[in-house]
Design a protein around this ligand. Structure first.
Ligand code: PEP
Ligand code: MG
Length: 323
C-alpha cells in the first residue's frame, strides 16, 4: 500500500472530472528541490531565495546567484520553478544592507518594496534569474509583498531590462507573477491581471494583513485562521479576476496543505497548490477526491459563512473529514 501511495504521488493529480491541479512544493535551495521531486512534486511553486542572502557578510553576486538558481532548475529537470525575489525586510535584516529600524517591520520596507528601494539588489537578482531562464524551461519570477499596480509595472520593466542586459531569450514557460499577500493586491486583482502572468496567494501574510493579526503571535493564532471567510472572499476575488484574463492562480501559503482548505481553494478556482514536500502525496490524494462542481458549490457556501469555525464545520460535514 505504501508503494502504491508512492507511485500515486509521482503521477499528476486530476480531479474526478479531469481538471489538472498542479501540486508543487516550497523550497529554499537545490537540495530541497531534489527532495521535492523525490516526494512527487510537480514543480517548485515557491523558491524562497532568502537562503542565498541571509547569514553572510556580503550580497551574493550575479554569478553566485545564477549558480544557485541553475542548481535548483537542474534538480527539477524541466518542471516549473517559481523563483521569488528576495523577501527580506526589517524583521529579516541583511547584515550588509544598512536599513533604518522600523516600529512595525511587517508594515515596513520589505519584499518588493525593498527591491525597489535598493534597485541594485533587485537588478542583480533579476539578471541571475533571467540567465537561469535562458538555460532552462519553465522558470518563473515572482515578486513578494505587492501592494500597488505601479510597483509591478516598475518591476516588470526591470525584468525587461534584465533580459536586454543578459541577451538571449528566456526559454518556454518564462512568466512574471506576483504574490498576493496584501489585501490591496487582492482587491485590485482585476487591474493587476493586466500586468502579470500569474498570481500566487501567500496566505500566511494575507491572513496576517487581512485580520490584522501578526502571524507569529501565539495569542492571536485562533484569529489568524486562513479559513476565515474574509480570506476566502479575497481568494474568490483573485480567482475571478484571473479567470477573466486567462491568468492562473496558485496558493503557496500553509493553507494549501490543509485538507479542509483544498476543496475550497480548488472550488474557488485555484489550480496550483505549493506545499511542504512531505505534504505533496496527501494533497494529491485530496485533489483526486474532488468533483469541481461540488467543490465550487461548497466554496460558495463557505463565502457566506460568518466565521472560520463555521467554514471548517461546513467542509468537515460535507466531506466526512475528521473534525
Ligand atoms: C506567505 O506569506 O504565505 C508565503 C508563502 O510567504 P512567506 O511564508 O515566505 O512569507
Ligand atoms: Mg509571505
Amino acid at each position: 500500500a505504501a508503494e502504491q501511495a508512492r507511485a500515486a504521488a509521482d503521477q499528476p493529480a486530476f480531479t474526478r472530472d479531469e481538471t489538472r491541479i498542479e501540486v508543487a512544493a516550497n523550497a529554499a535551495d537545490a537540495d530541497d528541490a531534489a527532495a521535492a521531486v523525490a516526494a512527487g512534486a510537480d514543480g517548485i511553486g515557491l523558491l524562497r531565495t532568502e537562503f542565498a542572502f541571509l547569514g553572510r557578510p556580503a550580497m551574493p553576486d550575479e554569478d553566485e546567484q545564477t549558480a544557485l538558481y541553475e542548481a535548483a532548475a537542474t534538480a527539477l529537470g524541466g518542471r516549473p520553478l517559481v523563483i521569488r525575489t528576495l523577501d527580506a525586510g526589517a524583521d529579516k535584516p541583511l547584515p550588509y544592507l544598512a536599513m533604518p529600524a522600523e516600529e512595525n517591520p511587517f508594515l515596513g520596507v520589505r519584499g518588493l518594496r525593498l527591491g525597489l528601494a535598493r534597485r541594485e539588489l533587485l537588478r542583480t537578482q533579476l539578471r541571475a534569474i533571467v540567465r537561469t531562464a535562458t538555460a532552462h524551461e519553465n522558470i518563473k519570477v515572482m515578486f513578494p509583498m505587492v501592494a500597488t499596480v505601479d510597483e509591478v509595472r516598475t518591476a516588470r520593466r526591470m525584468v525587461d531590462e534584465a533580459c536586454a542586459h543578459v541577451g538571449g531569450t528566456p526559454r518556454d514557460g518564462f512568466e512574471v507573477g506576483i504574490m498576493v499577500e496584501v489585501p490591496a493586491a487582492a482587491l485590485l486583482s482585476v487591474q493587476l491581471a493586466h500586468v502579470v502572468d500569474f498570481f500566487s496567494l501567500g496566505t500566511n501574510d494575507l491572513t496576517q494583513y487581512t485580520l490584522a493579526a501578526e502571524r507569529g503571535n501565539a495569542a492571536l493564532a485562533q484569529l489568524a485562521d486562513g479559513l476565515h471567510p474574509a480570506l476566502l472572499r479575497l481568494v474568490h476575488e483573485v480567482c475571478h479576476a484571473a479567470r477573466a484574463n486567462g491568468r492562473w492562480v496558485g496558493v503557496c501559503g500553509e493553507l494549501a496543505a490543509d485538507p479542509v482548505a483544498v476543496p475550497l481553494l480548488v472550488g474557488l478556482g485555484v489550480r496550483e497548490l505549493s506545499v511542504a514536500a512531505p505534504s505533496v502525496a496527501a494533497v494529491k490524494a485530496a485533489v483526486r477526491q474532488l468533483d469541481l462542481e461540488d467543490a465550487a458549490a461548497l466554496a460558495h457556501a463557505a463565502l457566506a459563512a460568518d466565521s472560520a469555525a463555521a467554514v471548517r464545520d461546513l467542509v468537515v460535514s460535507d466531506r466526512d473529514l475528521p473534525g
